[in-house]
Every structure is written in C-alpha cells, then in structure tokens.
Design a protein around this ligand. Sequence first.
Ligand code: AKG
Ligand code: FE2
Length: 305
Amino acid sequence: MLLAKRRRFDQKWPEQGWELDVPQLVPHRDRRFEPAAASVRDIRPGSPEASSGAETGEIAEGLLRDGYAVLNGLFAETAVEQARRCVLENSSLLRNTRPNPSAGHLAGFHRYPALEHLHAMLSTQPGVLDVLKKATGSAFMQSIGLSDITVNRSQEWHVDLLRGKYRHHLNSRICWGADGGGVYKVLLYLQSGQSLRIVPGAHIKAVDLDSDRKSEPEDPSEVTTVNVTAGAVILMDIRLPHRGSSERELSNGDFLASPKILISTVLGGESRPLTAAMEKGNFERLLDWDTRHREQGRIPQLPLN
Ligand SMILES: O=C(O)CCC(=O)C(=O)O
Ligand SMILES: [Fe+2]
C-alpha cells in the first residue's frame, strides 16, 4: 500500500495573484486516490486558530460542541487533482439545477462506478471514521446513501436534515432528543476557499424543517467563516445551519476556468435513530431527484484543470 505523503496543498485562487500550478495529468486507468493518512495528527478541530497535534478525542469533542471540525492534510495534492479530473471528465452525469450555467449537481454519485472510488475515498478514510466513531459512540459508522458532487453550486442557509416534503421522516426527538443527532456530512473541498459560513454550536437548537428560511441566523454576529485548503475535509453535524457560495459569488468568471468542486457523503452512527430515518427519507428524495432531473440540461464541458 502506498503511503500518502502529507503535504499542504496551497494552490490559491487566480484573483489572489497566485500562479496556478498545472498538475501532471494521470492517465485514466492509473487513477487512484492516495491512501488515507494513518493517523489524525494533522486534523484540527473546528476553530481555525486551534493548534495542530490534536488527538481524535479532542477533535470529536470539538465536533460535538461546535457542530463542525476541519480536517486538514488528509488528502495529498495528487489525490485532489485526480479527483477534480475525474469529476470533470464525468461532468455529463451532472445536472444544471441552478441559474449559473456552469452549476452542476449529481445526487447519489456513489451509484455510478466511474465515481464510486471518490465516495470510498471519504467513507473509508480512517481519520474521518475514528473521529466520527468517537463522536457518535458507535463501533461502526454507516453510509446512508446521501452523497453529492457539486460544481459551482450555490447554497443559501440550510441544514442538511431532510426538509420540506421529506421532513415527515424526522421528528424533534430523533433530531434533538436524548439520543438525537449522530449523523455527519463528510465534505471534501477540491480547492481552497472561504465560502462556508456556519453558526458554531447551533446544531443543538431545534429548527423548523418546513423551509430553509428558518435556518437563517437571527444574529449575524454568530456567523463564522470557515477557511479550507484544497483537500480539506469538513465534518459537519447535519443539524448545523450553514451556507456556501451565493449565485453572485459564483458568477465570477474565474469559477468557469477553475470550478469549485465539492464531494460529500453522509455517515451516521450505526444504531442511531437519525441514521435510520435519514436513510429512509433520503431514498425517497433520491428517487424524486432522479425523476425530476433525468431530462434536465447538462452542464457544459468545463476545462480539465
Ligand atoms: O458550498 C459549500 O461550501 C457548502 C455546501 C453544502 O452546504 C453542502 O454540501 O451541504
Ligand atoms: Fe449543506
């Protein structure tokens, strides 16, 4: 087994005046992700100021307290470049579900063999699993079938719980009761950025799942911006209110030349009620997504960078 060389990947956005390093291209048949780092020593708890060298337990504590944790250095630069390339080569599977013509989304990407290894990259990452098992008190984590690849996709305030039409699968006991929660989004950023905004600690407060408007923070001073480097993984309690980029931010032409790509899955503690409820409701949502988007426009071919 190859051992991943843990290296900070500090490619910056072109508008920041940095040169983009053109990565070496890897032939399709050789594409594979670098194996996960064996320990979580490079992982940092939620707060950006937190010192490195944190142990799994500390990170899990941060995740339980703040509702999110940033894990830096889990994936090497080559793994990030190969993942970007794989998404862009398979971009005809993505559907355009936002006003921005380059915005693409594929729900349930783990179902496609061409992309399945990208899912395994996240769902089998030992550092991720150690933290989540500790946080949920579970011997096993379970993938619930909720996975997404997004390209240049805007996201207003929301929680990742089932909402709107699918909210009847959940109730406040399952979400916020004594054995509530225990389900986490594992979000891999394939470029550096600071688009993610969250409200630390707000995952323990019940929100109305009728509409995303209910997840908008009342007090803007509670909002924290999360900085990520390419290859960083964010673990996020699916009850945490958060937002990503706006349509306006993504209308910047730089995103056409170098798209914002996110890969995510959701893992839950194996015996937690929210895991089972989310899995069931998401199955319904995914079938609807497929029906709704089957005939929908595809995104244009984006540059392979
Ligand atoms: O665009 C982002 O940074 C956040 C994406 C997001 O909310 C999600 O994938 O659930
Ligand atoms: Fe989200």
